[in-house]
Design a protein around this ligand. Structure first.
Ligand code: KG4
Ligand code: ZN
Length: 340
């Protein structure tokens, strides 16, 4: 049988990414990060959209070249339809449409959050371990979302818990900003925390019933704690940076793990996965492995390059939709908010 080659395009936030899959195997995965936002302490939507326009053609050329295929071998183009920044999404969506039209191949719309989960099904020539078996639970933790998802099959997913305010990634980024660390703060906190004591400081933990999360109280508790300490000692953050990072990180990780323990207990499911940018966090990865041993879970942790935003996850989702002939129409438009 001939192989199905999918070009995946991801442009929902500040990474311009393109990837090619051959069936469920990853052939190439290219991401151009945008440095223009560094000076602003966060993503500036207008600058992101402009940078996508500059990056998209070279990124796609590079990914097709790396995949070692010809453009006319592609079976379809899959693109992130949302959620994300509309101006950024529009660049990927418009490019996908015109590329597919010019090549005479179908387009496939992909939801970014579902794609983070389906990244677990990406294979390469070294893949030995099987992917998660249905049904499994996935903790999706990114810059804008925190969800516990019951994954029944590639397309049937039910959100059984979510944040009622800030996302986990947002909490990392805001805590970093409060400490004067550069954007994006999550990876920075992860790095600095390695030298710190996670028990050094205690912060308020939410008491939210069921499987939902709340992070806004923790953020406020962190802000007020530092405000009070800085009054006594203006050098407090500088002197305690590693301990502060380790303590806030371990609090966030602990909140996430506790809810996953409840979700696994309630559903009886023991195939447990994590996905999204925050799943790159080393403390979260370690805590998941430990919880897996304690609770006899089979734990699935994505490779680092498939944790944070990437187009390989878009291409693999496109592949599964291609098998169902689930194609989009040229009139399709992006959406800013999640539909699931
Ligand atoms: O999935 P993602 O790349 O983009 C969105 O879909 O939002 O997630 C980005 C989020 C950011 O908040 C970033 O700070 C966080 O993931 N992040 C991390 C780490 N790497 C990325 N947070 C903690 N530790 C990390 N190592
Ligand atoms: Zn993401």
């Amino acid at each position: 049988m001939t192989m199905i080659y999918i070009l995946g395009i991801e442009s929902s936030c500040d990474d311009t990414a393109a990837a090619v899959t051959g069936d469920d195997h990853i052939l190439s995965n290219v991401t151009a990060n945008q440095d223009v936002h560094r000076n602003y302490g966060g993503v500036v939507p207008e600058l992101a959209s402009r940078a996508h326009q500059q990056n998209i053609i070279p990124v796609i050329q590079a990914t097709i070249q790396k995949a070692n295929i010809r453009k006319n071998q592609l079976s379809a183009v899959a693109f992130t339809r949302g959620p994300g920044l509309l101006g950024s999404l529009l660049v990927g969506v418009s490019f996908a449409k015109s590329f597919a039209l010019g090549s005479g191949i179908p387009i496939i719309e992909v939801d970014h959050l579902r794609a983070h989960i389906l990244a677990h099904f990406l294979r390469n020539e070294k893949s030995i371990a099987p992917p998660p078996a249905f049904p499994f639970l996935c903790l999706t933790v990114s810059g804008g979302h925190t969800q516990i998802v019951l994954v029944k099959d590639y397309f049937t997913m039910e959100v059984i818990g979510m944040t009622i305010d800030d996302a986990a990634g947002e909490t990392f980024d805001k805590a970093a900003k409060i400490m004067g660390l550069p954007y994006p703060g999550g990876p920075m906190i992860d790095q600095l925390a390695r030298e710190g004591d996670p028990q050094a400081f205690k912060f308020a933990r939410p008491n939210i019933p069921g499987l939902n999360f709340s992070f806004s109280g923790l953020k406020t508790s962190f802000l007020y704690f530092l405000r009070d300490r800085l009054k006594e000692d203006p050098g407090f953050i500088e002197k305690n940076k590693a301990d502060l990072c380790a303590s806030i990180q371990s609090t966030i990780v602990d909140i996430l793990i506790r809810k996953m323990v409840s979700a696994a207990g309630q559903t009886g499911i023991r195939e447990i996965a994590i996905a999204g940018g925050v799943s790159a966090n080393s403390a979260l990865r370690d805590a998941f492995l430990k919880a897996g041993e304690e609770h006899s879970w089979k734990v699935f942790i994505p490779k680092l390059e498939y944790s944070t935003d990437n187009a390989a996850m878009i291409a693999i989702t496109g592949y599964f939709k291609y098998l169902k002939k689930d194609f989009a129409d040229q009139s399709i438009v992006p959406y800013a908010r999640s539909t699931f």
